[in-house]
Design a protein around this ligand. Structure first.
Ligand code: IVH
Length: 545
C-alpha cells in the first residue's frame, strides 16, 4: 500500500482498485474520527488525518462515479456519543476547507471574487483570526438566557453538554445588553498550556495515590496527550462537577440560528459578542494591545497577518493550528453560501503540522552514564504534531554553536542562545529538533551560550577528546571523574537495571534514582544487599510524594 499522503499511484489506478481504496479510506477515516471525537484519544496526527482525507478526495475527483454514499468528504466530525442526550442543530455546524500554501489563499480570494462577480480591483474585505485548536461548541440563548449547549457531533446532531457548559467562567448564563428571541453563539472550548500542565500533574498525583507500588503505565493512562484532548475530555463528562474542576475556557467567533443580528459584518458581530460578555480574539490578551483579528483588503495583507500570528504562536499560551479567513460582509457571506461540509466564504490556512516556533527559556546540561555533557533546551511549551514539546536536545557544544563535527556551519551558522526564538520540528515519532533560529527575534543583550568546561554535577574537568578516527577534537565534552561523579554513577545504575542490561523487574528509573539519592544504592552491587528499614523509608516517602 502506498504511504498515506502518496498520490503517485493515482494515475495507474483502475476503477476496481479505486472502489476498494475508497471503501478502505471511508472505514479508516471513520475510525480515526471516532477515536478523535468520541474517545478524545486520536492515534494519528492531524497531518496524517488530513493526508487520508486528501487521498480520498483525489481519488473521488478522478472517479466521480465511485463517490460513496458514506463518503468522508461530506461528513463533519463524528456521530454524537450515546453517553449524552442529543441536540439537533437549528443551523448545521460545518467544517472549514483548508489552505496549506499561500497560493491556496490567493485561489480562495479569486473564487470568492468570481462567485460574487467582483472585478480584480473591486474592494473585498476579509477578516483573519487565529484558528484555535479546541472543540467547537454551540450555545443557544433565548431572550438572552442560556438554554442549551451542544458539541458539534456530526454537524447536524451534537451532544447535550448544557450542564457542563454552565460551569465555564467564559460562558455567560445571560447576555449583557442583548436579549433577542434566539441567539446561538458558537466558538471553541480550549485549555491553556499552563492549565493543561497543571491538570496533568494533578491527574498524575491522583492516580499515584490509588496505584500500589507506582505502576507507571497505569499512571500515564489518565493523563491527556495535548490541550485539545484535555479540553474535549473535560467538557464531555457525565458529571458536570468534574467539568467544573477543569480549567476550561471559551472563545466566541461565530453564530448559528439568530432571530436578530447585532451587525452587518463579521467584525461588527464579533465586536458585539465581546460586548455581550464573551472572550473573542479581538480583545487584548495578556496585556497585548493588538487585536488578533484583523480586517484586510488584499491577499498580501492576509498572508502578512498569517505570518505575524504564526510568529506570535508560542507566546499566546494556548494552541492554535492556523488562521481562519472570512469574508467580512454578511450579505456577501449569504450569497456565497455553502458547499457540502464547508462555507464558501471562509477558509482555514493551516500551519505546517510538524513545525512550530517557540522560545528557549533555559539551556541545561545533563551528564550521562559515560560522562557526556548533554545540552537540553527548556522551551516554552508548544504543541507540534499533537504532542506538547517542552524540551529539545541540543546534542553537543558544536550544535549549540551552529557548526557540525567538521566545523562546517549548520543553520547558516546561527548559534542557539537563551531567549532565542527557535523553529522546532517533529515529524511522526521522530524526536523534536531545532531546525532554525529566528535571528530577528533575538532579544537585545542575548549572549552566546557559555558551554561549561567543568562537569556541572561534580565540578571535575570536562574535556573534549581527540577522536581517534578523525584525529580532530570530538564534538562531545565529557566529565573526567568517571564513577566518582554522582551523575555518572547514577546513570550507570539506571543502565544496570534497564531492559538492555540486567532487566530487573519492578526497579524503574525513578525508583533507582530515589534509592541512589537516599544513599542506599551507589553502585550495582548495592542493589543486592540493602538495609530493610532504610528501604522501607524510601518506599514510604515514595507513597507520600
Ligand atoms: S469559523 C462555518 N473560526 O475550526 C464554519 N472556526 O476546521 C465556522 N475553529 O469547526 C467556523 N477557530 O471548531 C471558525 N476562529 C475560528 C475558529 C474555528 C477554530 C474550528 C471550529 C471549526 C473548525 C473547522
Amino acid at each position: 500500500m502506498p504511504a498515506m499522503s502518496d498520490l503517485s499511484d493515482l494515475d495507474t489506478m483502475t476503477p476496481a482498485e479505486a472502489a476498494v481504496e475508497l471503501e478502505r479510506l471511508s472505514l479508516e477515516i471513520a475510525e480515526h474520527n471516532r477515536r478523535y471525537h468520541e474517545d478524545d484519544a486520536p492515534t494519528v496526527t492531524d497531518a496524517e488525518f488530513d493526508a487520508l482525507r486528501r487521498r480520498n478526495e483525489a481519488i473521488e475527483a478522478r472517479f466521480p462515479d465511485l463517490v460513496r454514499a458514506d463518503t468522508p468528504s461530506r461528513k463533519v466530525g463524528s456521530a454524537p456519543s450515546a453517553k449524552f442526550a442529543k441536540i439537533r442543530h437549528a443551523v448545521p455546524m460545518l467544517s472549514l476547507d483548508n489552505a496549506f500554501a499561500d497560493e491556496d489563499v490567493a485561489d480562495f480570494a479569486r473564487r470568492v471574487r468570481r462567485f460574487l462577480g467582483l472585478s480584480e480591483d473591486a474592494k473585498l474585505a476579509i477578516t483573519a483570526e487565529p484558528k484555535i485548536d479546541g472543540l467547537s461548541l454551540s450555545l443557544r440563548y433565548e431572550k438572552g438566557r442560556l438554554v442549551s449547549a451542544a458539541t458539534r457531533g456530526d454537524g447536524q446532531v451534537g451532544e447535550d453538554v448544557t450542564a457542563n457548559a454552565r460551569t465555564l467562567d467564559d460562558i455567560p448564563g445571560e447576555l449583557t445588553g442583548f436579549s433577542p428571541e434566539i441567539f446561538e453563539v458558537r466558538g471553541e472550548v480550549y485549555m491553556t498550556h499552563a492549565d493543561f500542565a497543571a491538570l496533568n500533574a494533578r491527574l498524575l498525583a491522583e492516580a499515584g495515590e490509588g496505584a500500589e507500588g507506582g505502576g507507571e503505565g497505569a499512571r500515564k493512562a489518565r493523563q491527556f496527550a495535548n490541550p485539545r484532548n484535555a479540553a474535549a475530555g473535560s467538557l464531555r463528562q457525565k458529571d458536570a462537577n468534574v467539568t467544573k474542576s477543569r480549567p476550561l475556557r471559551f472563545f466566541a467567533y461565530a453564530w448559528g440560528q439568530t432571530s436578530e443580528l447585532p451587525g452587518e459584518t463579521q467584525s461588527e458581530v464579533v465586536a458585539a459578542l465581546q460586548a455581550m460578555g464573551f472572550q473573542t480574539n479581538t480583545v487584548p490578551q495578556n496585556g497585548r494591545t493588538e487585536p488578533l483579528m484583523r480586517r484586510l483588503e488584499t491577499v498580501d495583507g492576509l498572508i502578512e497577518h498569517y505570518r505575524r500570528i504564526e510568529a506570535e504562536r508560542a507566546s499566546l499560551g494556548y494552541d492554535i493550528d492556523g488562521v481562519v479567513y472570512k469574508v467580512d460582509d454578511l450579505e456577501q457571506q449569504r450569497e456565497l453560501g455553502f458547499v457540502s461540509r464547508a462555507p464558501r466564504w471562509a477558509i482555514a490556512h493551516k500551519f505546517s503540522a510538524e513545525q512550530a516556533t517557540t522560545v528557549v527559556e533555559e539551556i541545561v546540561i545533563n551528564v550521562g552514564r559515560t560522562g557526556k555533557l548533554a545540552p537540553l533546551a527548556k522551551l516554552r511549551p508548544v504543541t507540534v504534531g499533537g504532542v506538547v514539546v517542552s524540551n529539545v536536545t541540543l546534542h553537543n557544544e558544536d550544535y549549540v554553536a551552529g557548526r557540525d563535527a567538521d566545523g562546517q556551519p549548520i543553520r547558516g551558522g546561527r548559534d542557539i542562545r537563551i531567549g532565542d526564538t527557535v523553529v522546532i520540528q517533529r515529524a511522526g515519532d521522530v524526536i523534536p529538533q531545532v531546525v532554525d533560529v529566528v535571528i530577528e527575534k533575538r532579544p537585545d543583550g542575548a549572549e552566546p551560550f557559555l558551554y561549561p568546561d567543568h562537569c556541572p554535577i561534580c565540578g571535575s574537568k570536562a574535556e573534549r577528546e581527540i577522536n581517534p578516527r578523525t584525529g580532530r577534537l570530538d564534538s562531545v565534552r565529557r566529565c573526567t571523574a568517571a564513577m566518582t561523579c554522582p551523575a555518572q554513577a547514577k546513570e550507570g545504575l539506571k543502565h544496570f537495571v534497564s531492559r538492555n542490561a540486567f532487566d530487573i523487574e519492578g526497579l524503574g528509573e525513578t525508583f533507582v534514582e530515589e534509592l541512589f539519592d537516599a544513599g542506599l544504592a551507589r553502585q550495582p552491587a548495592d542493589l543486592f544487599r540493602m538495609e530493610f528499614d532504610r528501604l522501607r523509608d524510601v518506599i514510604e516517602a515514595r507513597r507520600r510524594a
